[in-house]
Design a protein. Structure first.
Length: 289
């Protein structure tokens, strides 16, 4: 498994590779535009070419884009803009040679999952039809906070089944999972969670992990990331996760606050690499310990 981080693209997409190299990242996630604005300006061919050349020369990959935070497939008010945003981002992902776009499905605004399922399915289908076929649309699981869609693997699975496309994949966020009540940090909880994931979604659809420790206790339903080893998952919890066969070939991407508060950093990446080394050395069993 490769380990990496979400990195800044300030100065152009290609600068993300420089930052990744500085921290020792092997795989990256980036924003293609401001995550808090609908405005979107596609990168120029020159910028895309520079990114692809640097990524190829460095060996860093795969690359994932993260959709903007405003996307919401669960409410009619922002649906059209959400579809347009995801479609545009998938277009950029294809041009860059990125694997796909990771996104949050949004909130059902209190009407319940069943009430928004048809709308969400129709929206995802429209995005897939309107975008290049060589880029995945990757649903990220949520904590359930604020009536968010996709806190349970069952909900994500129902969306995937209804859409019926092999292009729909899943990114598992460790902090979101634990906050939603999936006890990834202990042996039995991890086994139960991954069995449920496989039953509802299918392990073959797991293409990325957001590696985040948790500031809040399990089952809190709150989205609060912590640095690796400093939260309720802890280093032992990550050792169990990284030792599990389900994650053997899945890239791990940091979205942590950073030791000095500046976001994912070399110190956190070094912690994750050390845990990976223990997992690969067999100090944690493949099914957790």
């Amino acid at each position: 498994m490769k380990v990496g981080a979400h990195v800044s693209t300030a100065g152009g997409l290609h600068t993300a590779i420089d930052r990744a190299q500085e921290m020792g990242a092997e795989t990256i996630q980036i924003f293609a535009s401001s995550p808090r604005a609908w405005a979107f300006k596609p990168p120029s061919d020159e910028v895309v070419k520079a990114f692809r050349e640097k990524a190829a020369a460095s060996g860093i990959g795969p690359t994932f884009l993260h959709g903007i935070y405003l996307v919401n497939l669960g409410g009619p008010a922002l649906l059209e803009q959400s579809v347009a945003s995801l479609t545009a981002h998938l277009g950029v992902a294809s041009r860059m040679g990125a694997s796909g776009v990771i996104f949050h499905a949004g909130s059902h605004k209190g009407v319940g999952f069943d009430g928004v399922l048809p709308q969400a399915v129709a929206a995802i289908t429209k995005v897939l039809v309107g975008s290049p076929k060589d880029a995945w649309l990757i649903i990220e699981n949520s904590t359930g906070m604020g009536n968010h869609i996709g806190a349970s693997f069952e909900e994500i699975g129902r969306i995937i089944v209804a859409v019926g496309s092999e292009r729909v994949k899943v990114c598992l966020d460790t902090q979101h999972s634990v906050a939603a009540g999936y006890m990834l940090l202990d042996k039995d909880g991890l086994e139960k969670a991954m069995t449920e994931f496989d039953r509802h979604i299918g392990l073959e659809r797991l293409v990325a992990v957001h590696a985040n420790d948790s500031k809040v206790p399990p089952g809190s339903g709150v989205d609060r990331h912590e640095n690796i080893g400093d939260g309720s998952i802890g280093e032992e919890g990550f050792l169990r996760i990284m030792s599990h066969a389900a994650f053997r070939d899945v890239p791990f991407l940091l979205e942590v606050p950073g030791i000095e508060g500046g976001g994912p950093d070399k110190a956190n990446l070094d912690r994750l690499k050390a845990i990976r080394a223990k997992a690969m050395a067999g100090k944690g069993s493949k099914k957790g310990k």
